[in-house]
Design a protein around this ligand. Sequence first.
Ligand SMILES: Nc1ncnc2c1ncn2[C@@H]1O[C@H](COP(=O)(O)OP(=O)(O)OP(=O)(O)O)[C@@H](O)[C@H]1O
Length: 334
Amino acid sequence: MARLTISNLDKRFGAFDILKDVNLEIPSGEFVVFVGPSGCGKSTLLRCISGLEAVSGGTLSIDGVDVTKVPPSQRGIAMVFQSYALYPHMSVFDNMAYALKIQKLGKAEIEAKVRDAARKLQLDLLLDRLPRQLSGGQRQRVAIGRAIVRDPKVFLFDEPLSNLDAALRVQTRLEIAALKQSLPGTTMIYVTHDQVEAMTLADRIVVLNAGRVEQVGTPLELYERPGSVFVAGFIGSPKMNLLAGAEAAKFGAATIGVRPEHLAFGQPGEGWAGTVMRTEHLGSESYVYVDVGSDEPMIVRTPGTAAFAQGDAVALTADEGAILRFDAGGSRLA
Ligand SMILES: Nc1ncnc2c1ncn2[C@@H]1O[C@H](COP(=O)(O)OP(=O)(O)OP(=O)(O)O)[C@@H](O)[C@H]1O
């Protein structure tokens, strides 16, 4: 069991403030996903938690014990990287056993721990292979296995699936979800760019914006009730349609937002008048891009195969309840 508390954490690289006053309380056993634009500090925060990076200010504690100055190997934290970082000349078994041998555990105990982790990750039949004889997904499972055998209190994942192709990503994502079930009480922190991974794996998502925590909430809270324009525009794919200026002023807001699936095609004269720019067919649904005279086209997500041609005049409507309103500072209005 491990409760992680991050208090007033700052991180500077030279003159650059990378993380600014980060405060987070992660209860034992929670699966937390960090998301945010490239360069916002997700990996740096993960590396500070692991101890690979020293903090510039603030504290980190695990179960109430300050670990800010504790070396990485003694924090009870394991990290899985995008690049796997396996030892190429060692078998799967030896890769997984390595940290336990360093800890001078007995042979029988090492064997039991490695076999147990291998079973959880369906690596039982691959223990004699070398990393180069494995697929990308299998290598990533070995990297996860190597972390599991150490019984970490906190598990850190830095974009673990980003080197895998689409099908393997889905499969490995499901395996990580199963792993979460099989290791109750293990706190997991996961960095990703992938909206689906964030929405499906997270108990809570932390949205970072330029080194600060912008919002923390369950995936559906962030999707349905984003606290700011930033979160509204970041969570969800295709992204939320945002309109400023006169269109927003009609609703008493500086900016309004409406999700692509909440837009519908109405009768001429209703809602927003626009022109179809292009349509993307995904098979089960279509994305229709409509120029309504704002900076960016509005995207309509509609089931099935939408039969529009470029240049078609359309009217877009949305239920008033589906329109989110934001003030001039970007905060959501009630
Ligand atoms: N060792 C370092 N020295 C100087 N600057 C660094 C160092 N490591 C990271 N940075 C800077 O810190 C900022 C945050 O980097 P970080 O890798 O944490 O972002 P990220 O959110 O994980 O980005 P991405 O999504 O692209 O992986 C970036 O501007 C980066 O250039």
